[in-house]
Every structure is written in C-alpha cells, then in structure tokens.
Design a protein around this ligand. Structure first.
Ligand SMILES: CC(C)(COP(=O)(O)OP(=O)(O)OC[C@H]1O[C@@H](n2cnc3c(N)ncnc32)[C@H](O)[C@@H]1OP(=O)(O)O)[C@@H](O)C(=O)NCCC(=O)NCCSC(=O)C[C@H](O)C(=O)O
Ligand SMILES: [Mg+2]
Length: 290
C-alpha cells in the first residue's frame, strides 16, 4: 500500500476538445480528471480545447474528483496562453509536460504566480534530461507549488528509443528512481498510462506493478481502466485490519514509549505505526466516497 495525503488511485485523461468525454467524466468513479490540452488535442483544436477546459472549471460538477488541466509545454506556441488561462480559472492543479530541470519548474511556478493558492503544480517526468535531475526537480517542492509527478512512459520510450514491453523492464530504474526522488521531497507520484485499454488483464498487471513500486495511483486513458485501477490501489480488508491491529497495539499502556513491539508474533516498529495510520486515513477517505 502506498502512502499519500488523499486518494489518487485513478487519474483519467481526456482530450478537453471532446465534449462527450468531458460530460461523462463527471459521472465516472475516478479520483482525478485530467483535461488534456497537449498530445490528445490536434493543433487546430488547441484554442477550442483551452476554452472548453476553462469553462469546465467554472461549471464544476466534478464532485470530489480533483480537476486538473494538462497544459502544453512552456516552450510551445500554446504554453504561455494555457498557463495564463489556467491561472485565471484556478483548477485543483495544472499538469505541465516535458519539464527537464529545476529552472523549468521555477518558470512554471512564476507563470502561476497569480493563481489561487489551492492550485498545485504537477509535472510530467518524461524527458531523458529530467531523469538526470530528478532529485533537484523534486526539491523545488520546498518553495514552489510543485506537489506531484506523473510518469510519461510514452514520451520516455520515444526519447530513449526504448520499447514499451510487457513488464516495462527498460523503464524500471527510472520509475523507481522517480518514486524515490518524489518521496524524498514529499511529492506525490502517479504511474504512466497503459495504452492497451481493451486488454484489462494487461492493464491490471501493470497497475499492480505500479502499486508494488510505490506509486500513489495510475494515470488512465479509458473509463474501463478505472474500476480495476481503484481495486488495485484501494487497501484490502486484510491490510486495513492489520493496520488497525498495529495502531491498537501501540495504544496499549504496556507499550507506551516503546519503539519496537511484538504483534501477532511479528516485530512492529514506530515506522510501521506511521504507515498504518496513513493507510487508515486513506482507507477512511475511500470508504467515505463509496
Ligand atoms: C483511446 C480513445 C481514443 C478510445 O476512444 P473510443 O474509441 O471512443 O472508446 P470507446 O468507444 O470504448 O468509449 C466508450 C465510452 O467512453 C467514452 N470515453 C472514452 N474515453 C474516454 C475518456 N478518456 N474519458 C471519458 N470518457 C471516455 C466514450 O465517449 C464513450 O462514451 P459513450 O458513447 O457515452 O458510452 C479514448 O478513450 C481517448 O481519447 N482516451 C484519452 C486519450 C488521451 O487523453 N491521451 C492523452 C493522455 S495520455 C499521454 O499523453 C501519455 C503521456 O504523456 C506519455 O508520454 O506517456
Ligand atoms: Mg507525454
């Protein structure tokens, strides 16, 4: 089970230019909706997509789902206008693709200076250059809006000239180093998309891999991926029961002040107590939603 301040098990992308998908997203059981202005939108539809995304923020209707707009990269002809419009609208977050350095994070943060305080900066980790600077990029969370990384495995594959094989072996070091850099600086982190949206067995295996590797959740491209993703990233009943047992054990008077205790024949330390409390907090939020 991963640790996070709020459930972000499933983050569904959709092209902001697709009005039907946008309406449908308000009814789907995903934790996050990402309105895409970037790769899913053709150049001739960029302006209309931006307008539709901004209108969606003002209209609302997304309930407890976090509403995020993925802008075009700052260096593109649309990037500055996207960030200006997003700043004025104030969604829960803006997701900026193809950042490569701490300077990129600071440029995005500066462009968002007038945004409401609740608007977070999320960035895609999907360039080879970013891989060499993961720790420095994550460290920007200390004094910017940076709060979350999203893996962009399609762009990474393109830049690396690697293949997206089952098991994702070519990306394993990068995925785990990104999780470690994120955790070192209190940044949340979501896994990349699985392009095989018709094969849910392949999808589920990849989601379980993401859970094992420490991700808070996974980004998705199709509604059919939401339920299996939520199932994988929701703490199981046995995990929740164990967490409750650990918390109860540390609450016993005889264990007061102890750093390590014995629970059901296993050693449990204060770090496990912290994990247990975080899991119970996430499980309670998920239970309240369902
Ligand atoms: C992949 C798709 C183009 C497939 O679309 P389609 O053929 O229309 O699928 P279905 O007929 O099965 O759709 C069934 C119904 O579900 C709605 N739908 C489909 N997708 C979405 C969605 N993402 N959000 C909301 N609703 C959706 C359809 O409208 C149908 O509705 P209804 O008729 O009422 O039943 C399509 O799924 C799609 O466009 N997906 C999102 C693509 C996208 O946003 N890509 C960009 C992000 S991924 C990325 O960039 C990766 C990253 O940067 C990297 O580098 O790795
Ligand atoms: Mg990408």
């Amino acid at each position: 089970m991963t640790l996070a301040s709020r459930p972000r098990r499933s983050a569904l992308y959709l092209p902001a230019s697709n009005a039907k998908a946008l309406a449908k997203a308000r009814t789907l059981p995903c934790d996050v909706v990402i309105l895409d202005l970037e790769d899913a939108v053709a150049p001739e539809l960029k302006d209309a997509a931006r307008e539709a995304a901004i209108a969606a923020v003002f209209e609302g209707g997304f309930g407890e789902r976090e509403l995020v707009i993925r802008a075009n990269a700052l260096g593109t002809e649309w990037g500055a206008a996207d960030l200006a419009a997003i700043t004025a609208a104030g969604p829960d977050a803006v997701l900026v693709p193809k950042v490569s350095s701490p300077a990129d994070i600071r440029a995005c943060d500066a462009a968002l200076a007038a945004a409401p305080p609740h608007t977070q900066l999320w960035v895609m980790i999907e360039t080879c250059a970013s891989v060499a600077q993961l720790d420095a990029i994550a460290a920007c969370a200390a004094d910017t809006r940076l709060a979350l990384f999203v893996m962009g495995t399609n762009d990474l594959a393109k830049e690396m000239r690697a293949r997206l094989t089952p098991g994702r072996a070519p990306f394993l070091p990068i995925l785990t180093l990104t999780v470690a850099a994120a955790r070192a600086h209190g940044v949340a982190v979501l896994d990349g998309v699985c392009n095989e949206f018709r094969d849910l067995a392949v999808f589920r295996a990849e989601a379980e891999q993401g859970l094992d590797w420490g991700f808070d959740g996974k980004t998705l491209i199709h509604p059919d991926q939401i339920e299996p993703c939520n199932a994988v990233f929701t703490p199981g009943a046995a995990e929740v029961a164990w967490a409750q047992t650990v918390v109860s054990a540390f609450d016993q008077p005889e264990n007061a002040g102890k750093g390590a205790i014995k629970v059901d024949g296993k050693m449990v330390e204060l770090l496990h107590l912290e994990q247990a409390r975080q899991m119970l907090a996430i499980a309670a939020q998920i239970a309240a939603r369902t």
